[in-house]
Structures are given as C-alpha cells and as structure tokens.
Design a protein around this ligand. Structure first.
Ligand code: SF4
Length: 348
C-alpha cells in the first residue's frame, strides 16, 4: 500500500475520570494499557507512514500517574511530537501539585475547561460530584502559574438558563483582568457541540433559533470574538428545516479519507478513524487480531460500514430517510451530516 504522508495514532490508555453527558467519544469503561502496548502499536503502525506520531490518550489527557513518562515515551516513538494541546486534566490538577508547572514547562499558556452552568448543573453534566469545585480550583491554579483559562460552555434547552452562572463566575473571579495582568487573554465561548456520541441523546433538547436570545450578553460577545463571527446564528448554524431544503436535491457523497489521518485505538485495541464517535460501524479492525496494514487498507478502501455508507449513499437519501423537516434545531452542515450518517448506520 502507498504510505500515508503522516499517521497519528492515539491510544485510550487510561480512559477518563469523567462521564460527560456531551462526550462525543462515548461513555465507555476505562482501560489500563501498559507501556509495552504503546510500543507495540508504534511498531505496527510506524512502517505505514512517512511521518509517524503516537499519543497515549484521546479521552482525558494525562490521566494516568505515569503521564510524564508516557509523554517522553511518545516523544521517543514518534518522528514528530505535537506540542501539548490547550486541554488538560482538572482531575489531575487538583491532585498533583506538579502538573500545572509541568504544563507550563511544555509551553502551555492557555488551558480550556468546560462548564455547563453553576455547580449543580456542571456536576450533573460532567457526571461527577465535585467536578465544578475542582474546575474553579484549577482556574485559580492556572492563574497563579500565568496560564490563561479558556472557558467552553456547552448548551442545550436544559441548561441555557444557567449560562448566566458562567458569566458571573468569570466576573467574580475577575478573569479578564487577571489574565491581562500577566499578558494573557481570557476567552470564553458557548456552542451546542456535535450531535454524536453521548451528545446525540440531547437531540430532543437541542438548541433552536429562538433560544439564542437567551445567551447572556457578555458570553455572546466573547463567543463571537472567539469564532470570528458577526452573529450567534453564524456560530450555531442553520435550522434542520433549512438544511433539509438544501439537501433534498443534493446527490453528493462524502469521502472522509485523508493522506494524514488520525487513528484512535480503544482499550480493546479496536481502531477507528478520527471522524465521529467511535461506534462499531466506524471500526477499521482490531490491532491484536488484524495486521496494521489490513486496518489501514480498510480505511483507504472505505471498508468501515460508516465510510462505506458515506461514499455510496447520497446525502439526499440520508436526509429524506432521517431528517425532520419541522425541526428548528441548529446545526452546522458538517455536524448535521455526521448525525444523519451515524443514525443511518445504526438503523441499517
Ligand atoms: S468530554 Fe472529555 S472529559 Fe468529558 S468524558 Fe469525554 S473525554 Fe472525558
């Protein structure tokens, strides 16, 4: 087979301490993969790409106690190492005093944390009591270390009236001013997330056009700034009704293949392309049972059930079969396509 330009492989070595109700990666049990398994995955996949990179997580970053050792090992096993993302583990931050200084030492200057409203709502949506308190404590710790917190809010009809709590927290903690004091910048934004994984269960509570006016003004202003948009409807997308009108005569198909893909390897060594939620119909094979080359070929030949549907079934057919023309729910076009595709595959 022709080599990929670049292949990135991420193992879900330890899972995640949280069970967020919006998680597109799914609420699956945590695994406990060994260092040797990281080496094994690298050995298998590395020959398939001109440039190879491996990482030890795709759910919670740095969740395992040996996170530093794993970071160094992935440096050793990779041809290139992407800098640490601007996402972090608040679970670890409040339990490990060396964690935030370590992030700083890697050059991290902004870290994203997710809120759903006040304490009760956030604990409920993160799926863990005490999560809100840990996030607030983490924000303080980030500021002490001159790292700017970036607050992301997910919204649906159930928590939209609680968004004012997020504004209030930012105000009470003087986040804007405190970031400016060390030359940082405070960012916060709200969106509905993609309608896949756990978040798909909120389809019935999905944000509609009339909800946008309920987004509090400061959060709305910062959201437009963050996304570089003029209006909230540009951020939240079009109504399902309007999208269906556009799709009814659209006979195009979608090919997800890339020359530099990212593969996710779950705790059971099942491999998925990083396109949508890792559900069985996206699975490319199992690294313990199948050769890495076979898994890559399955990707390149659109053999997973979802890839196969996406290149053979025109979008108008997905829309006709599963769309709801009376719905005023808001989606970006890409997210709506993924929602239709996942449903189609599940019901197939
Ligand atoms: S959204 Fe992130 S933190 Fe929440 S359950 Fe999923 S992987 Fe874990």
């Amino acid at each position: 087979m022709k080599k990929f330009d670049k292949l990135t492989v991420c193992l879900d070595m330890r899972g995640c301490p949280n069970r967020c109700r919006h998680c597109w990666l799914g609420a699956v049990p945590n695994g406990n993969m060994e260092k040797e398994e990281l080496r094994f995955a690298a050995r298998e996949f590395k020959p398939l790409a001109n440039t190879f990179e491996i990482d030890f997580w795709y759910r919670e970053p740095d969740f395992g106690d040996n996170y530093r050792e794993l970071w160094e090992l992935t440096e050793e096993l990779s041809d290139v190492k992407t800098p640490h993302f601007e996402i972090m583990s608040f679970w670890r931050a409040v339990r490990d005093k060396d964690y935030i200084p370590w992030l700083y030492s890697l050059g991290v200057r902004v870290c994203q944390l997710t809120l759903f409203g006040g304490e009760e709502k956030t604990d409920h949506y993160v799926g863990r009591k005490g999560a809100y308190g840990e996030i607030v404590k983490t924000i303080e710790m980030l500021l002490e270390h001159k790292i700017s917190p970036r607050i992301q809010a997910f919204v649906n009809k159930d928590n939209i009236d609680e968004l004012c709590e997020i504004e209030r927290l930012a105000e009470d903690m003087s986040l804007e001013k405190r970031c400016e004091q060390f030359g940082g910048k405070f960012v916060m934004f709200v969106h509905q997330g993609s309608c896949d994984g756990e978040n798909e269960k909120f389809y019935d509570a999905w944000v509609t056009l009339d909800d946008l006016k309920k987004i509090p003004p400061k959060l709305a202003e910062k959201t437009l700034e963050h996304f570089g948009k003029q209006s909230l409807s540009e951020v939240f997308g079009e109504t399902e009704h309007d999208l269906l009108l556009k799709l009814e005569n659209d006979s195009s198909v979608t090919d997800f293949r890339e020359s530099s893909p990212v593969f996710y390897v779950d705790r059971n060594f099942d491999v998925y392309p990083n396109v949508s939620t890792p559900e069985p119909f996206w699975c490319l094979g199992n690294l313990k049972r199948d050769k890495a080359e076979r898994i890559a070929e399955n990707y390149l030949e659109n053999k997973s059930a979802a890839q196969n549907v996406s290149v053979t079934v025109p979008v108008c057919e997905l829309a006709k079969k599963l769309g709801n023309p009376d719905s005023m729910r808001l989606f970006s076009k890409g997210d709506y396509f993924d929602y239709l595709l996942n449903r189609y595959c599940r019901e197939m």
